[in-house]
Design a protein around this ligand. Structure first.
Ligand code: HSE
Length: 409
């Protein structure tokens, strides 16, 4: 029998407790041992639950209990999750977490402690909710040199963009609907400003390339600025707008971004609708692999957490090798240095077309009914952000309105 504790009885934590009770026999058979929920840490009280007697408000009831071998952290945020997880590892307990902020900020340090102590620190649920992606990336694709990881990593924004694309909803209307359905928080900034996707691409890049990429090293842009005009211009070039997280290996360096991008209809990611996530991994032997499914939700996420718990139960003596080393300020290179084709909207009259063509070289003008009369839109050839800014400066009075990168996946 292995005793576990759950810290944080929110959506995911309660899902873990529920699934562990519901599928107890099956989980025990998979783990080779019975897994018992010994403690649940939460400041709130849940007197009606069948495991109400397991609740505590004191972290010490978990950290000081030598019979608890595995701790599940589903509190979210850095404080106090970071201190608690570190203390658990230092006191000899393996940890499973769904907390992407914790792993994206502190993964290297916590993995190093786990390694030093001969323990496991696993976090499959931190990326893609219930979609198995970290373990396949680390184990099944281990023989590949991975050159790129890219995907739709946030369900809320994908739902909103889908409603804008398919139903012609304005951004605000799509956000209200996402909130009504329980996808977006009342303060939706972590989703719509790209922070959630940023944390996920940090974890994917760190695992794929072996060195920690921190959130501050990712050029992050959300979807707040995206309008129906942008959506319709994308349609005019046979594409859709998706919030893409992308990490590219660049020699000994890595470049990461999160930004709304133009995804051509032929690309698999363009068909990923509503709250679904999809993560594309490009390996030198396997080619492209795409992991697809529900990236959030109580039971899908709990399923990933419990799979990690089962794995840790099976590896209480022999540590699983999942690790990456610390990052460095010069490891990550600005994504804007990578050339890409851009869809550009500028405030300029039709008489400026020749000037724009002279400054940008090979461009293709695009239009749609929604494009304001005083604007021009066009797709450039591949260029860096700096080249784009220099070209814009060369056309006096052409004020940029929007710049969207073509995803080129
Ligand atoms: N808010 C996240 C999303 C939940 O919408 O994808 C899972 O991280």
């Amino acid at each position: 029998m292995v005793k576990i504790a759950v810290m944080g009885h929110g959506v995911v934590g309660s899902g873990v407790a529920e699934l562990l009770q519901k599928n107890a026999a099956h989980i025990a058979a998979k783990a080779g041992e019975e897994i018992v929920l010994e403690r649940v840490l939460d400041l709130r009280e849940f007197p009606d639950l069948p495991y109400a007697d397991k609740f505590t408000k004191r972290f010490a009831d978990i950290s000081d209990d030598p019979t608890i071998q595995i701790v599940v952290e589903t509190m979210g945020g850095l404080t106090p999750a970071y201190d608690y997880v570190k203390a658990c590892l230092l006191s000899g307990k393996s940890v499973v977490t769904s907390n992407k902020e914790l792993v994206a900020q502190k993964g290297d340090e916590l993995l190093a402690i786990a390694k030093e102590k001969g323990l496991n620190f696993l976090f499959e649920a931190s990326v893609g909710g219930g979609i198995p992606v970290l373990r396949p990336l680390d184990q099944c694709l281990a023989a590949n040199e991975v050159s790129e990881v890219a995907g739709i990593l946030n369900g809320t924004t994908n739902f909103m963009l889908t409603r804008m694309i398919e139903d012609g909803m304005q951004f605000e209307e799509a956000l209200l609907l996402a909130q009504k359905r329980g996808y977006a928080e009342r303060d939706p900034s972590a989703d719509i400003d790209g922070l959630d996707a940023c944390r996920k691409i940090c974890i994917l890049a760190s695992l794929a390339f072996g060195r920690h990429v921190y959130p501050a090293q990712v050029r992050t842009e959300g979807i707040r600025e995206i309008t129906l005009t942008d959506v319709r211009l994308a349609a005019a070039v046979g594409s859709v707008i998706k919030l893409i997280g992308k990490a590219v290996k660049n020699g000994e360096h890595v470049s990461c971004t999160v930004a709304p991008m133009i995804v051509q209809k032929e690309n698999l990611l363009s068909d990923v609708r509503d709250v679904f996530n999809a993560i594309l991994v490009r390996g030198d032997a396997i080619g492209d692999v795409v992991f697809y499914g529900r990236g959030a939700g109580k039971l899908p996420t709990a399923s990933a957490v419990l799979a990690d718990v089962i794995d840790e139960v099976k590896h209480l003596k022999a540590r699983k090798y999942l690790c990456w080393s610390a990052g460095a300020p010069d490891y990550a290179i600005d994504f804007g240095l990578l050339p890409a084709r851009m869809l550009l909207r500028v405030r300029a009259g039709a008489d400026r077309k020749a000037d724009l063509a002279a400054a940008f070289g090979d461009i293709e003008f695009v239009t749609c009914d929604a494009l304001p009369q005083d604007e021009l839109a066009f797709v450039t050839s591949a260029m860096t952000e700096k080249e784009l800014e220099d070209a814009l400066k060369a056309v006096s009075g052409a004020e940029p309105v929007r710049r969207l990168r073509l995803a080129e996946l």
